[in-house]
Design a binder for this molecule. Structure first.
Ligand code: MG
Length: 250
């Protein structure tokens, strides 16, 4: 792919999506372009179509004249289109109220980075050897954990761990109440990870951090992360995007 914008100096990225070991199909989508990084985890009867439609609505950001001064507006507009695309999928589904997708996306415009997020896919930042989560899960167990009614360990084992409080579904629109959109500050050496719950629910953060800290090549990093999830039983579809900004020494 020829990048239309000058990528961040030394920006390298890779995406990998895998069905895991227990699911018949893969309803996740992972995408790593020149400007756009996305992970979506579809659910319901037509979850794969919903995830693909949402990501497909974002990919014009790769080659349109994205306003470099307003990545938040550009990304938010694309999320609007993603919501409508999922709505269309729901309208043609045999289970219109059960279909939808999560969406976690980063948009780079040459100088600025924007994040959009809904659902329980996640974005992480590895900076100076420290892994930080950039997104909050829109899930019932996260609300119970925040309220002190579940420990993080109990949340992971909860039978309704995957029950979402927000996602792109039928009739859901991109508003500040549904989709988190914000700017991120980028530094040379930053490494970003986007992933579906097939990774973070199966692999402890220490294991994720270890791979990200010790595997220089993003292609090897996404492969190792997917392998870890499958070594842990591969209970769900697993998707990872890893992108490096600037020079990394690891
Ligand atoms: Mg999943």
């Amino acid at each position: 792919m020829t990048c239309p914008l000058t990528p961040p100096p030394g920006m390298r990225r890779a995406a990998l999506s895998d069905a895991g070991l227990r699911r018949d199909g893969n309803q996740d989508v992972a995408f790593a372009g020149c400007r756009l990084l996305v992970v979506a985890d579809g659910f319901g009867l037509d979850g794969a179509r919903a995830a693909a439609a949402a990501v497909g609505a974002l990919t014009p950001l790769e080659d349109d004249g994205v306003p470099t001064a307003d990545p938040l507006g550009a990304l938010s507009g694309a999320v609007d289109r993603a919501g409508r695309a999922v709505d269309e999928v729901a309208g043609s589904s045999a289970d219109p109220d059960g279909v939808g997708t999560t969406l976690t996306a980063l948009l780079w415009t040459g100088s600025r980075l924007a994040l959009a997020h809904v659902g329980d896919t996640r974005a992480y930042l590895l900076r100076d050897g420290l892994l930080t989560r950039l997104t909050e899960d829109h899930s019932m167990v996260r609300e119970l954990t925040d309220a002190g009614r579940l420990t993080p360990e109990e949340a992971l084992a909860h039978p309704q761990r995957a029950l979402l409080t927000k996602a792109l579904t039928r009739n859901v629109r991109n508003t500040p109440d549904t989709v988190d959109v914000r700017a991120l500050d980028v530094r040379s050496g930053d490494r970003y990870l986007l992933c579906s719950d097939g990774l973070w629910a199966a692999v402890p953060e220490a294991g994720i951090s270890r791979v990200l800290s010790t595997t220089a090549d993003p292609r090897e990093a996404v492969r190792s992360l997917v392998d870890l999830a499958n070594a842990a039983g591969g209970p769900d579809n697993v998707s990872c995007v890893v992108a490096d900004f600037g020079d990394r020494t690891s």
